[in-house]
Design a protein around this ligand. Structure first.
Ligand SMILES: [Mg+2]
Length: 291
């Protein structure tokens, strides 16, 4: 954990923990939670709920780009071949077709179009493959693409072709947190279904029994403090009783604005922090239970 950058200028006692006011942070915040030597432990002991981000926090930030996306790119043709006649796949293909028409009408260039249902699978399947590859090359997040990707990932997790990944410290520490009576929730921009697939099909076990619940962007954007207030309300605690762990500063800012405690998790490959001195950083969950 990193205390080096914490700037001490004025302490006062607030709700039996030290709070630090700095000279330089006042533009955005009039105060920042300060860490005494035992600050991490102070916050940890007070937190009834631990709220976890996924990418860059529990899981390598490139899991999606290096595992999930390549799986879809490489297997889309064979997946469609095997599942072409299923009702849900035909439905999503129709949505992809409408999306392609929409994209063309809106002026996007070289949109791979998808032939209509009256055409044979042999005609239309390569169209769908081309459209999916094109959308993914542009890193698009259309509803139809996400739905098809979701079907493929579910299939791959359940058949063992994809394994979820968490850092080695995650499961042992979460087990200790449960013993200490903490409730553990996930808040990720990935859907609740995707979260459950990932944590339920890990290389090294199943995290789901340790989790008390899941939140995704249906609760609200991770950039907005109101989303965090909603989560506190749903899990029936005061915002000050939640410790949020994330790798992203704008999420940390929003959560702190809502009154949450926040530590930023610094994992290999994470983006550098622009304002590292505003938060306690930890490199491993072990720091939470070190003492
Ligand atoms: Mg993250």
């Amino acid at each position: 954990m990193n205390y080096q950058n914490i700037q001490f200028s004025l302490f006062f006692l607030c709700e039996d923990q030290f709070v630090l006011v700095t000279n330089s942070w006042c533009s955005n915040w009039n105060f920042a939670i300060a860490m005494s030597a035992n600050g991490v432990q102070d916050v940890f002991h007070k937190a009834k709920v631990i709220l976890l981000d996924i990418e860059g926090t529990t899981t390598p930030i490139d899991f999606v780009t290096k595992t999930l996306f390549p799986y879809v790119s490489e297997n889309i043709a064979s997946y469609l071949e095997a599942n072409w006649s299923s009702e849900e796949i035909q439905h999503v293909i129709n949505e992809l077709r409408k999306q392609a028409e929409c994209d063309t009408e809106e002026g996007l260039k070289n949109v791979p179009m998808i032939k209509s249902f009256v055409d044979s699978k042999d005609d239309a399947l390569p169209d769908v493959v081309a459209n999916v590859h094109w959308q993914m090359s542009l890193n698009r997040k259309t509803t139809s693409l996400k739905k098809l990707q979701g079907f493929m990932w579910k299939d791959a997790y359940e058949s063992g072709l994809i394994k979820g990944v968490v850092y080695d410290d995650v499961i042992p520490v979460l087990e200790k947190l449960k013993i200490k009576g903490k409730r553990i929730y996930i808040y990720s921009s990935g859907s609740v279904q995707a979260q459950k697939l990932l944590f339920g099909h890990l290389e090294n076990g199943n995290l789901l029994p340790l989790l008390d619940g899941h939140f995704d962007t249906t609760t609200g954007s991770k950039k907005q403090s109101n989303s965090y207030l909603k989560i506190a309300k749903k899990v029936i605690v005061d915002p000050g009783e939640v410790l949020f762990l994330t790798d992203v500063e704008y999420e940390a800012d929003a959560a702190r604005e809502a009154g949450f405690h926040v530590f930023i998790v610094v994992r290999p490959g994470n983006k550098p922090l622009a304002n590292a001195d505003q938060y306690i950083t930890i490199e491993t969950f072990k720091d939470l239970v070190a003492q």
